[in-house]
Design a binder for this molecule. Structure first.
Ligand code: IPE
Ligand code: IPE
Ligand code: MG
Length: 252
C-alpha cells in the first residue's frame, strides 16, 4: 500500500485537524464522547505510520480555544481523556524516539492542573528524542498564538530591546509557541469540513490542504496514504510560476 508513495516527496511536517468524532458516535447511537475515545487509536496508528514514512513533524489538533463552547460534560471528558491518553501512551511513544510538544494556552485557569502537569512531564521525559516530533495543539488557537507573539514584540519594543523598524515576518515566527517547528507542507482535515477552524494560521500560509470525508475514528493507514498521495500530486508554486516541463513542447 505504501508503495503508492513517492519517498522523495514525503512532507516534512503534517498537520491534522482530527474532526468527526461526534458524528461517528451519533451515527452509532452513542454519546459524542464515545467518538473521542474511538479516535484514540487513530492518533497512535498515525504516529507509527508517520515514523515509518519519514515524516519528521506531526501536529494534531486536540482541543481548540473555541472548544470551550461545548457542554461542560464534553469539555470535562476531553480534559480527563487527554490526560489519561498521555499517561497511557507517552512512555511507549517516547521509546519509539518521539519527542512530544504541546502548543496552546497552558496557563489558562480552565485547564486542570493535572493536565498541565502531564503535558510538562511528557515534554520533559521525551526531550532528548530526535526521531520524530509530535505536537499536540491543546487549548490552541492560531489567533491567540499570533496575539501572544504580538504582545511579546510590544513588550520588547517598550523595554527598548527591539527596534520596531526591524519587525518582519521572521520576528513574528521567532515568537510563536514552537519557533523551531517548520511550516506544515500538508494539512489534513477529516470529516468533510473544509476550514481551518483557527489551526496554525500563521504557519499554514503555503500549506497544501487535503480534506477527506473519513471521520477521525475511521482514519487509518489507507486514509493517510490517500492524503499523502493527493498531496504528492499537487504543484506547489509559492507565488511563482509552474516550472516548464521538459517534454510538454511549450516554451514557457
Ligand atoms: C473532533 O471531533 C474532536 C474535537 C474537536 C475535540 P468533533 O467532536 O468536533 O466531532 P464532530 O465534528 O462534532 O463530528
Ligand atoms: C476543530 O474542530 C478543532 C479540533 C479538531 C480540535 P471543530 O469541530 O471544533 O471545528 P468546527 O467547530 O467544526 O469549525
Ligand atoms: Mg467537529
Amino acid at each position: 500500500m505504501a508503495e503508492r508513495l513517492d519517498t522523495a516527496r514525503i512532507p516534512r511536517h503534517v498537520g491534522i485537524i482530527m474532526d468527526g468524532n461526534g458524528r461517528w458516535a451519533n451515527a452509532r447511537g452513542f454519546e459524542r464522547t464515545v467518538g473521542h475515545a474511538a479516535g484514540e487509536q487513530s492518533i497512535f496508528d498515525t504516529i507509527d505510520d508517520c515514523i515509518e514514512f519519514g515524516v519528521e513533524w506531526l501536529t494534531v489538533y486536540a482541543f481548540s480555544t473555541e472548544n470551550w463552547n461545548r457542554s461542560a460534560e464534553e469539555v470535562d471528558f476531553l480534559m480527563a481523556f487527554n490526560e489519561s491518553l498521555l499517561v497511557r501512551h507517552r512512555d511507549a511513544v517516547a521509546e519509539k524516539g518521539v519527542r512530544l510538544h504541546f502548543v496552546g494556552l497552558s496557563n489558562d485557569p480552565r485547564v486542570p492542573t493535572n493536565v498541565v502537569e502531564r503535558m510538562a512531564e511528557s515534554e520533559r521525559l521525551s526531550a532528548d528524542n530526535t526521531r520524530m516530533h509530535v505536537v499536540f495543539a491543546f487549548n490552541y488557537g492560531g489567533r491567540a498564538e499570533i496575539a501572544d507573539a504580538a504582545r511579546t514584540i510590544a513588550e520588547e519594543v517598550a523595554a527598548g530591546t527591539l527596534d520596531p523598524a526591524t519587525v518582519d515576518g521572521a520576528t513574528i515566527a521567532d515568537r510563536l509557541y514552537l519557533p523551531e517547528m517548520p511550516d506544515p507542507e500538508l494539512i489534513i482535515r477529516t470529516s468533510g469540513e473544509q476550514r481551518l477552524s483557527n489551526f496554525l494560521l500563521w504557519q499554514s500560509a503555503y500549506s497544501e490542504l487535503v480534506f477527506t470525508p473519513v471521520l477521525w475514528p475511521d482514519f487509518d493507514r489507507r486514509a493517510l496514504i490517500d492524503c499523502l498521495v493527493e498531496y504528492q500530486g499537487r504543484h506547489r508554486r509559492f507565488g511563482g510560476v509552474e516550472p516548464a516541463s521538459a517534454d510538454d513542447g511549450s516554451d514557457q
